[in-house]
Write a protein that binds this ligand. Structure first.
Ligand code: PRX
Length: 668
């Protein structure tokens, strides 16, 4: 999260970049009147978008809104996989490349729409034979291989909801997510390649399924053979009766499978994301509205055209991999590129080599990656021909103007518009973004809402702030909004819809219908949005969401720990890093050895993305007189700032002692 100081410097940013005339001339949208047109009748506008999809049965009503519960395209039926595949088979897209894939070791595969359709149908038939059907949940724990997209689409085809779990999560995280969703089937792989090594996914899956009560709902495990030597890696075993090789059960199936007719509001997927408690939330997305907005935003934000080669670097384990690697681009009939591995394997030129080799035209990545590229130096991209690129995108966290300008100069060669897209797992699709043929961009600002979306900056009392800072708020339902939290309807209302409950927002709107995304933001004189970052106890580490409470729960789970407090600390590359303050149980000595053990413990409980950058043993934690840990002060210590107001503390000396300790140990 940017500090106030960074933000002030952001807001004095005065460089602006109008759409290049050549780009605007050929863009899907180049007339700003589109904003007013959408605003005049948002439901009619979204209905026009939905009308570009294939429906088995048209909807009776565009929107039914009983805050905070929305239903879009009520009464309509469709199938997401049918929209991503079948409807492209009638014309020239049949033989167009749908998916280009490159593995980290350099192996390649490609699928036309016809071939991808056949593969998805084979997988759908196999899933049906395993007894999986409409209304079931399937957990997917795969590396970035074509089977990940195939598995998601096969689930969508038969009406089973997928729950994709990022391959970097630990076996415990996988187990919790499987059990929460009560998934019947787990689809995994023996391993995946990452930075020259192998991530032993099947071994982690085995641990999830057998240790600490296991996963009673799982009936079968379908295992993709990824490891080129063909052996299950890391000591994983195929268990008779439970485990099946993907190639054994999928390859022999027929290349046709009927697509289940799904209600617009039937569940398409669950995706777990971190919140302010120790337990991740299963965000629910349904079929009709989600696909409509994923489709619309992909087409307009990326100005997607028939001959584009589109590359989104996000992992399928995150929402970006759902909306902008699979559903959005395939619903548009695009050629999508997928890459398995790290950007620095075998060297730091890998991404640029991929762009050169495949003539990538649209490139969508995260600020954390751009900051790493900056650090590695311009000599890497300058060795490659990047002239195929015509549009660049970023997502996941605020982008600092220096990184934006670096991206613009060294990757876009001053030719490519940059779309800085703000959205979340919960919003399902892009919400605030430039339209590349219309919007003048300013480095660091996500600019304006996508047409049809209504956002504002509000005060705590629900007043609108035209220019200045406050709480970001979405004031109208949107098609791809989350429909709930799996198994926890109360948390849905409390987390997202209660900030202005009982108040009147902007003078005329009941606060119950206003969505709070958890972000602080500012608006500048021209009405552009500048999202600062989370204002709740959620961290954004290298573009990944991590709850401070999740890491704290992992730490106190260790027998040596009495109490833990976790805060985010500004980090040059990752944006934020995890800093942990830990008090030990009586009589235990703080050692470097224990520090390492605690760090490993967090990795084991959550995954490597949550590994603390700094752990400080504290005699005591700073608390208010009512016993609440003062995270703000801990953050000041972790970031080496002068201490703010400590007068509300029960014992002000605690924090001064901590600060001395932290600084003397060189953690800052
Ligand atoms: O704080 C915002 C930040 O990422 C959060 C959402 O994280 P997640 O659900 O994991 O989804 C990430 C990919 C969509 C938001 O609440 N965020 C995302 N995009 C931006 C951003 N912050 C500033 N600018 C962005 N473009």
């Amino acid at each position: 999260m940017a500090s106030e100081q960074t933000l002030d410097s952001l807001l004095t940013e005065d460089r602006s970049f109008p759409p290049p005339p050549e780009f605007a001339r050929q863009a899907h949208v180049s007339d700003p009147a589109i904003y007013e047109q959408a605003e005049a009748d948002p439901e009619a506008y979204w209905a026009r978008w939905a009308g570009e999809l294939h429906w088995f049965r048209p909807w009776d009503q565009v929107l039914e809104w009983e805050p905070p519960f929305a239903k879009w395209f009520v009464g309509g039926t469709l199938n997401a996989a049918y929209n991503c595949l079948d409807r492209h088979l009638d014309g020239p897209r049949r033989t167009k490349t749908a998916l280009l894939w490159e593995g980290e070791p350099g192996d390649r595969k490609s699928f036309t729409y016809e071939e991808l359709h056949a593969e998805v149908c084979r997988a759908a038939n196999a899933l049906r034979k395993l007894g999986v059907g409409k209304g079931d949940r399937v957990a997917i724990y795969l590396p970035m291989i074509p089977e990940a997209a195939v598995a998601m689409l096969a689930c969508a085809r038969i009406g089973a909801a997928h729950s994709v779990v990022f391959g970097g999560f630990s076996s415990e995280s996988l187990r919790d997510r499987i059990n929460d969703a009560k998934a019947r089937l787990l689809i995994t792989a023996d391993g995946g390649y990452r930075r020259g090594g192998i991530v032993p996914l099947k071994r982690a899956a085995d641990e999830a399924l057998t240790e600490q009560g296991g996963c009673p709902s799982i009936e079968h495990v379908l295992v993709v053979r990824r490891h080129v030597e063909g052996e299950a890696v890391g000591g994983a075993q195929m268990e008779d009766g439970r485990d099946l090789w993907w190639h054994d059960v999928v390859a022999g199936e027929g290349a046709e499978a009927p697509a289940e007719e799904m209600d617009a509001e039937d569940l398409l997927y669950i995706l777990y994301t971190s919140g302010t408690t120790g337990k991740p939330k299963g965000i629910m997305h349904t079929t009709g509205g989600y696909l409509t907005q994923a489709y619309a935003t992909t087409k307009w934000v990326f100005d997607l055209k028939e001959d584009d080669v589109y590359w989104c670097t996000a992992d399928v384990g995150w929402v970006t991999g759902h909306s902008y690697l699979v559903y959005g681009p395939l619903a548009n009939g695009a050629t999508v590129l997928m890459y398995e591995g790290a950007p620095d394997a075998p060297d730091r030129g890998r991404f640029w080599k991929i762009i050169q080799d495949y003539k990538v035209t649209i490139f969508y990545t995260a600020p954390t990656a751009i900051r790493a590229f900056m650090k590695w130096g311009t000599e890497w991209p300058s060795r490659f021909d990047l002239s195929s690129l015509r549009l660049l995108g970023t997502v996941g966290e605020p982008i600092n103007p220096e990184a934006w300008i670096w991206y613009h100069l060294n990757i876009g060669h001053e030719r490519c518009p940059i779309v800085d897209t703000w959205w979340q797992t919960e919003t399902g699709a892009i919400m605030i973004t430039p339209l590349p043929g219309v919007t003048e961009t300013v480095p660091g600002s996500a600019t304006r809402t996508f047409p049809g979306i209504h956002a504002d900056i509000l005060t705590l009392q629900g007043d609108c702030i035209d220019a200045g800072g406050g709480f970001l708020a979405i004031r109208r339902p949107w098609p791809s909004m989350l429909r709930g939290i799996w198994g926890d309807p109360e948390r849905f209302r409390d987390t997202y819809w209660s900030k202005w409950q009982g108040m009147t927002v902007a003078g005329d709107q009941p606060g119950e219908g206003v969505y709070f995304p958890g972000d602080g933001a500012k608006r500048d004189e021209r009405g552009y949005f500048w999202v600062i970052g989370r204002i709740d106890d959620v961290l954004n580490v290298a573009g990944h969401r991590i709850g401070t409470m999740e890491v704290e729960s992992a730490l106190v789970d260790h027998p040596a720990v009495a109490e833990a407090a976790v805060v985010g600390k500004a980090h040059e590359l990752k944006g934020q890093a995890v800093a942990a303050f830990v008090t030990l149980k009586d009589g235990l000595a703080p050692t470097d050895e224990l520090k390492r053990e605690l760090s490993e413990h967090v990795v084991r409980k959550i995954g490597a993305i949550a590994r603390p950058d700094a752990i400080l043993f504290a005699g005591d934690l700073p608390k208010t007189r009512s016993g609440k840990i003062m995270r703000r002060l801990l953050k000041d210590i972790a970031e080496g700032r002068a201490l703010g107001d400590t007068t509300t503390l029960a014992d002000p000396s605690v924090v001064a002692r901590l600060k001395d300790d932290y600084e003397s140990k060189g953690e800052g």
